[in-house]
Design a protein around this ligand. Structure first.
Ligand code: C2E
Ligand code: MG
Ligand code: MG
Ligand code: MG
Length: 276
């Protein structure tokens, strides 16, 4: 397979990069099959409102355990899927699943919002808004139950950027909420705050993990929370693992938290148990 991909360069590849290439093509091949057979799963992690003291939503996170290669973490899976274009199929799968789940919970009176992760790259697809609206229609899911978390790990060319803005505005007008994920670590956090219809800002977990380590870190996080307030934007802190972090964030006036302290990502039945 390396010969196909790299031609004569096979002799110059180190054994480490040879292995990496092999794993990548194996993942690609198995992922195609998994998507075809719907062998992916979705787990949900609660999002907790600090002032109302209850779970108000969940984040949908893709999970994949392949028969041949075992568990492939999203951190490995998503970049490969983005490179190969299979990210759109993962996106469609997760959206459909999340919409069905949101409807089911709504029928049970749980009223949970479901957040979906989409990479800014997926919005290169000019039909993205249409695809998402179709999923809502097909599943009977009201737009206000769905949130879209976007991250921006790459610089985008101007044309792709203007398409993203257009697609997002269509969806925001339909009632979908946009969340800016991994805030503070992305490529253009403030630029996207200015251009996109963002309603929730998610402070990256690296800032939360180091929160109690120094006065400087606390000032930084407090600064982000106050910035959110002044922009009239809801602030969510992700990666909250300790009661101490929770109390500090509450004192800053942070709106929502998410993290192992409340719950790790779990299946839908477990979410229902946690909410009750
Ligand atoms: P993310 O959207 O920032 O999701 C948060 C990640 O942090 C999740 O990892 C979650 O399991 C983990 N996490 C949550 N609370 C804690 C905590 O208290 N401590 C620690 N140490 N970790 C915590 P996961 O599920 O492995 O996902 C990693 C990333 O992969 C996500 O980061 C997201 O960017 C991406 N991802 C996951 N599912 C999807 C998907 O369906 N589509 C796309 N495009 N990306 C996805
Ligand atoms: Mg996320
Ligand atoms: Mg994040
Ligand atoms: Mg992340």
């Amino acid at each position: 397979t390396v010969r196909e991909a790299g031609g004569n360069s096979i002799t110059s590849l180190s054994s480490a990069s040879h292995k990496a290439l092999h794993r990548k093509s194996l993942i690609e091949k198995r992922l195609l099959l998994a998507l075809d057979q719907e062998n992916l799963e979705v787990l949900y992690q609660p999002q907790y409102d600090l002032s109302r003291e209850k779970i108000i939503g969940v984040e949908a996170l893709v999970r994949w355990e392949d028969e041949e290669i075992g568990v492939v973490s999203p951190d490995e899976l998503i970049p490969i899927a983005e490179e190969t274009g299979l990210i759109n199929d993962i996106g469609s799968f997760v959206i459909e699943k999340a919409c069905n789940q949101a409807v089911e919970w709504s029928k049970k009176g749980l009223g949970l919002k479901v957040s979906i992760n989409l990479s800014v790259r997926e919005f290169r697809d000019k039909n993205m808004a249409k695809t998402i609206m179709n999923s809502l229609t097909n599943t009977g899911c009201p737009a206000h139950l769905i949130q879209i978390e976007i991250t921006e790990k790459f610089a985008l060319e101007a044309e792709a950027e203007s398409n993203i803005i257009k697609q997002m505005k269509i969806l925001a007008n339909e009632g979908i909420t946009f969340v800016l994920d991994d805030f503070g670590t992305g490529y253009a956090s403030f630029r996207y705050m200015q251009l996109l219809p963002i309603e929730i800002l998610k402070i990256d977990q690296t800032f939360i993990h180091s929160l109690m380590m120094s006065d400087k870190n606390q000032k930084l996080v407090n600064g982000i929370v106050q910035f959110g307030k002044s922009m009239n934007i809801t602030v969510l802190a992700e990666g909250v693992e300790t009661e101490e972090q929770l109390q500090q964030l509450k004192q800053f006036g942070c709106n929502y938290i998410q993290g192992f302290l409340i719950s790790k990502p779990v299946n839908e039945k477990e979410i229902e148990r946690l909410v009750k």
